[in-house]
Design a protein around this ligand. Structure first.
Ligand SMILES: [Fe+2]
Ligand SMILES: [Fe+2]
Length: 177
């Protein structure tokens, strides 16, 4: 398997979460209320899965190794855009967390912020994913030898393996505060 294999598979799960959020947008529109539990699950998904697990492997491993290569200007440009887009996604998720918390505390006005940031995520991710799947992942394989690709895949699995421990360690630490 190539190291872009797991990344592309993760894109497919992110797309399914986006579809669930799109459904939630329709329900908010119909009922004029948000499902806080669904949004809490979605936020956890974007933080732990899409950002820490998925962007984590992209930035901390794939982009790190590509930064050591002499990339063509167009690939370098896309890589910088992708990093900036990850920052944008983190911002939208944080804003959604704030809106959701305000809404939970009874501020009905926050419903429009929830809609705004969910729409931002639903609009943003497909474009970002397409950029990676269609314009970046295949061309950049050319910069990596077979051995580098194999080593990267091993490092990806190792990275994933530690995350379940990281997640629950943090949960316990939060409880101990
Ligand atoms: Fe990405
Ligand atoms: Fe990605």
């Amino acid at each position: 398997m190539k190291p872009i294999g797991p990344l592309m598979r993760e894109h497919r799960l992110i797309e399914r979460m986006l579809a669930a959020l799109d459904e939630e947008l329709k329900r908010i529109n119909e009922r004029d209320e948000a499902n806080i539990e669904l949004l809490t699950v979605a936020v956890d998904f974007f933080r732990i899965y899409a950002d820490r697990t998925h962007h984590g492997k992209e930035e901390d491993i794939l982009f790190r190794d590509l930064a050591k290569k002499k990339l063509a200007p167009e690939h370098n440009k896309i890589m910088n855009e992708l990093v900036a887009e990850h920052v944008y996604a983190r911002g939208a998720v944080s804003a959604l967390v704030d809106a959701k918390n305000n809404y939970k505390e009874g501020n009905r006005e926050s419903l429009k912020d929830i809609v705004k940031y969910v729409k931002e995520l639903v609009g943003f991710y497909p474009v970002h994913i397409e950029k990676e799947d269609e314009h970046f992942f295949y061309p950049i394989l050319e910069y990596l030898s077979k051995k580098e690709q194999d080593d990267m895949l091993v490092e990806f699995w190792e990275f994933d393996r530690m995350l379940i421990h990281e997640k629950y360690q943090k949960i316990v630490e939060e409880l101990e505060r």
